[in-house]
Design a protein around this ligand. Sequence first.
Ligand code: M6R
Length: 353
Amino acid sequence: GKSGYDHYMLKEINEQPRSLRQCLRGRVDELEGSVTIEELAGLSIPERVQFVACGTSYHAALYGELTLRERGVNAQTFMASEYDRASVPIDDETLVIGVTQSGETADTLRALRQAGQAGATTVAVTNVVGSSAARECDYTMYIRAGPEIGVAATKTFASQQTALTLLADAVADGQRRELLGALRDLPDHVQSILDESQAQEIAAEYEDAGAYFFIGRGYNYPVALEGALKMKEITYKHAEGFAAGELKHGPLALVTGETPIFAVVTGDDQRATKTIGNVKEVEARGAPVIAVTDGQSDVERYADHVLSIPETHGRVGPILANVQLQLVSYWLANSLDRSIDKPRNLAKSVTVE
Ligand code: M6R
């Protein structure tokens, strides 16, 4: 059942501390500074890595791609429906990782099969034990989020991001000590967001807007895309996610005082500084700005509202930021009285191409 929540979606958002603990359990040895994923024993990184996925899982894959590239791995992400052998080099020096919550998405299964036929090693990163993806791939890593009933993916996205971070650390070398501490704290940090979020008030304030934009850079770019997808799915409002730097190459023409901008800014590096530059640009057009931030940079100075997240490692902040965006979409859809757990026209698992 819904354990007292009005919707499965809200229940599942609130389950994230627990599902993330499950994802991490037994995989991280902080003292040793090591990550071990039993299911992936023996897996090594060949010449190139390709991710294939759809929807929310595609956003998680983009995040996974960055974690590998940061470690010097030649990784690329494809929408599964756009992946075909004619346009992509696939051979026995290719590792193809299918990210799929259900393990039953037709586009993703087809891409994985093509890859396997062309000699690639295949890995499924999935939530469902015994799913088609799990059965058909050479390796399967489980994200252990538990069943997700809401059509809108929530807890499984956080678990995918976390699993892919672990995967990168298990198979590719890099600095991990600081990251492992941040992963240990991740469930508690998510809990503190759930306890203190102002998302409901912000959703109420901007309920009448015609369009919502989400911007982010680097690891926060997939978060911006996911924030917009969630908003579309459950509120039926127009929402777009952009790489912050792309705004002035076109989308800025759409920005007015009626378009709230959610700016995801974590850390205080060059990326944050540049995104703050983009925030100033939209602010100058009168757009309301909601900063989703850990407070490390001075983005708050240019924002009308702040959705706070705890300060943490650069790879973990984006997982936290997304939780705030899930809550904004949920509360907006709730006050619009939408069919949150079963949005119109959508199915939980898309088994046709
Ligand atoms: O089961 P999968 O992860 O393969 O599903 C992929 C997409 O269909 C899915 O993420 C979809 O975008 C969700 N409804 C997003 O909330």
